[in-house]
Design a binder for this molecule. Structure first.
Ligand code: PEP
Ligand code: MG
Length: 585
């Protein structure tokens, strides 16, 4: 986080510019409402030895009350509450019920004679430090859960209930922007009754609860601002930029005007795009294009549907396996897949089998591969761990009873991997038959094209499989020998390299000849700047993050597909870089 004071202007506090991480896009302009933070207002005193027992009792009661309150919230979740909230609240209530938290905090009361609030904040700091040194980013961020439940108990101990000040709006109709150290799921639930323009927090990252819940509420959010809660006063004028993560405190009238214009322009742009939701994705020369969504968690299927997606083109199932110590059971997976299929109401749902390895590992997995990107990952990992694979396949087959599931295999390079996968599916079917479990028998099987060898020798794959989906993120990495996560060589990671485009074109042409559908589900499918280029390669199926879908649809509807094909083919024949500007009408 960086903080820059800009100037001192009479009547207003100094203008400050703070930098955090924008986690939900959008602009917000409004007045600060500072959220109470009991942890910052804790009183410290020592208690008399004879009061130790009563103090432990006070702590125990407060923990129980806080946990009960959370349970009540879970039981009374309104229908329109973000779907993430229930599980998050349950995790918090489980943390409060953990006997270790009570025991270790009571030890501090007994041994050091701290009052309950002091003991609890001390224990919280010990736990937060333990989490902060964890290697796994997800687990590091879970330290926030500890801080949030402790904050809740401290509020119970202090008897205070108000989260936000009752601001005197005066003549101002400005919306409120919540400024907090951190926002717990329970706080989010209490706040959601009112409409806030943005959420700004000192703590948190892209997978923090504030980010997850704000995203599902579609409210701009900037997290990781460092000390905004201390630097801003109630009623201060704020501008939050959810794109860049910039927050301006008490901006000058000129800056404010500039941001009001940006806000209005963005709102117009979104409103215009929203009109396209139900419009067909057809090019000017009548080519029908399928636009599907990439999701990582089952809940995101709702956003896909709202964006008008024709289906799910890529469900990265490994996210069900990450950030936990155990493996999801067959039933858990079945529920997750079935919920997506039901949400998508008959539209196809492409579920990729476990793509672990490289940058995506199981928690607690300390195996260090010689070169993780080239090692035992994705389908190689699944075929080497037949029990894990079989569990997932049974769950997929069972869930396909509820709709249209397509199984997608990642990182295929050899035909024998396709045969081994088919055998694994057949054996999962036999296991389900033996246990009398119903499932759909006619499931289609496809593969990601993300290893150059497969794209070059595509013919047997396209004949054998039902569909293909080109994973350009990895295809580019392996074609150009550029680690997709290495910032040192990021400038060489070039989706427009003629070699990459030739591999894509070759795959699409092979699909066309065999009458098999070919999609692109890597990041370039959602980049509206390259939509015309992909149409020029003959692509008719795109899968992307739901938020990008309408931008791409707009491009599709303004493009002339056949003219683009001629232009792109002639550039590719000469192995030339394609000039994107030359592809516009
Ligand atoms: C890809 O490689 O393009 C892809 C879509 O998969 P992931 O980004 O999950 O590797
Ligand atoms: Mg990939």
């Amino acid at each position: 986080m960086t903080t820059h004071p800009i100037s001192d202007r009479s009547g207003l506090g100094p203008m400050l510019c703070m930098q955090g991480q924008g986690v939900v896009k959008g602009y917000a302009i409004g007045r600060a409402a500072i959220m109470s933070a009991a942890a910052l207002e804790v009183v410290h005193y020592r208690i008399a030895p004879e009061d130790v027992e009563a103090e432990c009792g006070r702590l125990k009661k407060a923990l129980a009350t806080a946990s009960d309150e959370l349970q009540v919230m879970v039981g009374a979740l309104p229908d329109d509450a973000p779907r993430e909230l229930g599980p998050l609240l349950t995790v918090h209530s489980l943390l409060l019920d953990d006997p270790m938290l009570l025991q270790q905090t009571c030890d501090l009361i007994i041994e050091r004679h701290y009052n309950a609030e002091w003991a609890l904040t001390t224990q919280g700091q010990i736990l937060a430090e333990q989490f902060s040194v964890m290697e796994d980013e997800y687990l590091r961020e879970r330290g926030a859960d500890i801080r949030q439940v402790i904050e809740k108990v401290l509020r119970v101990l202090s008897g205070s209930t108000a989260l936000l000040p009752s601001l005197d709006a005066g003549d101002s109709n400005d919306p409120l922007i919540v400024v907090a150290r951190d926002i717990s799921p329970a706080d989010m639930l209490r706040l959601r009754g009112a409409r806030f323009a943005a959420f700004l927090t000192d703590l948190g990252g892209p997978t923090s609860h504030t980010a997850i819940v704000a995203r599902s509420m579609n409210v701009p959010a900037v997290v990781g601002l460092g000390h905004i809660r201390m630097l801003v006063r109630d009623g201060d004028m704020l501008v939050a930029d959810g794109f860049t993560g910039a927050v301006l405190v008490n901006p000058s009238p000129k800056v404010l005007r500039e941001y009001r214009q940006r806000q209005a322009a963005y709102a117009d742009e979104r409103a215009e795009l929203a009109l396209l939701r139900d419009a067909p994705a057809v090019t000017l020369d009548g080519i029908q294009i399928r636009l599907e969504a990439n999701i990582e968690l089952p809940e995101e299927a709702v956003a896909a549907l709202q964006a008008g997606a024709d289906g799910i083109g890529l469900f990265r199932s490994e996210f069900l396996f990450m950030g936990r110590r155990d493996l999801p059971t067959e039933d858990e997976q079945y529920e997750a897949y079935a919920s997506v299929v039901k949400t998508m109401a008959g539209r196809p749902v492409t579920i990729r089998t476990l793509d672990l390895g490289a940058d995506k590992t199981l928690d607690g997995d300390i195996t260090v591969a010689t070169n993780p990107a080239l090692g035992l990952r994705a389908i190689r990992y699944c075929l080497a761990n037949p029990e894990i694979f079989a569990t997932q396949l049974r769950a997929l087959l069972r869930a396909s009873l509820h709709g249209h599931i397509r199984i997608l295999i990642p990182m295929i390079s050899h035909m024998h991997e396709v045969h081994a996968t088919r055998q694994a599916i057949d054996s999962a079917c036999r296991e389900l038959d033996a246990s009398g479990m119903p499932y759909a028998r006619d499931i289609s099987l496809g593969a990601m094209v993300e290893i150059p060898a497969m794209a070059i020798a595509i013919e047997p794959f396209v004949e054998t499989l039902d569909f293909l989906s080109i994973g350009t993120n990895d295809l580019i990495q392996y074609t150009l020998a550029i680690d997709r996560g290495d910032s040192e060589v990021a400038d060489l990671y070039d989706p427009m390299h003629p070699a990459v485009l030739r591999l894509i074109a070759h795959t699409i042409n092979a699909g066309e000849r065999a009458g098999k559908p070919v999609a692109v589900c890597g990041e370039i499918a959602g980049d509206s700047r390259v939509t015309r280029m992909l149409l020029g390669l003959g692509l008719t199926e795109f899968s992307m993050h739901p938020q990008q879908l309408l931008d791409v649809k707009k491009e599709v509807r303004q493009a002339h597909s056949n003219a683009l094909r001629v232009k792109v083919a002639s550039a590719l024949n000469r192995a030339e870089r394609i000039d994107l500007a030359a592809l516009s009408n």
